[in-house]
Design a protein around this ligand. Structure first.
Ligand code: NDP
Length: 265
């Protein structure tokens, strides 16, 4: 069986308490990696620990409450990972959420919050973990990004602009660290079932529709060629691939995980 070559390696997943991040944690532990993850909400984080402990009783992992926008918290998280699991080999920047808004209803504070989340949500962890990644012989950074970076949507204007900035940043970071042995890549997501879609489902206008009907409706309305939303384990596999030595000659690259929704060549 093909392996991701991550056994006993230390991998950090930001925003690992739900959705894509939690599936990524699960896959990494299956592969024998040592995994650290973080999130802001203590209850959600504790629930993720319970789930993972049940599934991987012998797994080596730590979970810490940490907001990726808070430099002190991220610094403490990085130090804890090094002490408790060992030097970090791979950093997966996944924490975040999208903002549904157009130009008319996005105020200055919203613009600052959205660009701040998308950029500093990656900059702060990279700064905190870069020395550990440089000390690894397989160092990698893998960012969760969105197709919106290349294919903006009017109803997610600020998120689209901020995602484009993150894509640009990711590419430059890859070039800065290529010769130093740290690869930097990202995945471009379409629509993936996860916590944020569950929350939107709770607030749906047609309260009689089931989850399956509601998600199939979105896929058809948006014209997703594969006619369904992605499942969180699908981007998780793409993230683990790019983070792992299987992608050893790939840096500054993107992998599309959108069910064919990407329109550019
Ligand atoms: P979820 O809401 O299921 O998971 C998001 C995770 O990130 C949670 O663990 C959350 O925990 C954590 N998180 C959010 N903000 C912070 C923060 N500031 N600091 C630390 N942790 C944080 O959503 P998804 O799995 O869907 O999202 C994962 C990533 O994928 C996000 O960056 C999202 O923007 C991106 N994405 C998702 C798409 C989709 O269709 N699902 C489409 C395009 C991009 P807590 O809230 O407790 O902090």
């Amino acid at each position: 069986m093909m392996s991701f070559m991550l056994k006993d390696r230390v991998v950090v997943v930001t925003g690992g308490s739900s959705g894509i991040g939690l599936e990524t944690v699960r896959l990494l532990l299956q592969e024998g990696a040592k995994v650290a993850w973080c999130g802001r909400d203590a209850d959600r984080l504790a629930a993720s620990v319970t789930t993972i402990k049940e599934a991987f009783p012998g797994g080596q992992f730590i979970a810490r409450r940490c907001d990726v926008l808070n430099a002190d918290e991220v610094g403490r998280f990085a130090a804890a990972v090094a002490v408790e699991l060992g030097n970090t080999d791979c950093l997966i920047n996944n924490a975040g959420q999208g903002r549904v808004s157009n130009f008319a209803n996005t105020c200055d504070e919203d613009w600052l919050a959205e660009t701040g989340l998308k950029l500093f949500g990656v900059i702060r962890p990279v700064r905190a973990f870069i020395d550990q990644l440089l000390a690894s012989n397989i160092g990698s950074i893998t960012n969760v990004n969105s197709l919106l970076a290349k294919q903006p949507e009017p109803h997610m204007m600020a998120t689209s602009a901020a995602r484009a900035a993150l894509l640009n940043f990711t590419h430059t970071l890859a070039h800065e660290y290529a010769a130093k042995g740290v690869r930097v890549n990202s995945i471009l997501l379409g629509m993936v079932e996860s916590g944020q879609w569950r929350r939107r489902y709770q607030e749906r206008s047609d309260q009689n529709s089931s989850w399956e009907e509601w998600t199939a409706g979105i896929a058809s309305q948006r014209g997703i060629p594969m006619a369904r939303l992605g499942r969180p384990e699908e981007p998780a596999r793409a993230l683990v691939f790019l983070a792992s030595p299987l992608a050893s000659y790939t840096t500054g690259s993107t992998l599309d995980v959108s069910g064919g929704f990407g329109k550019q060549l």
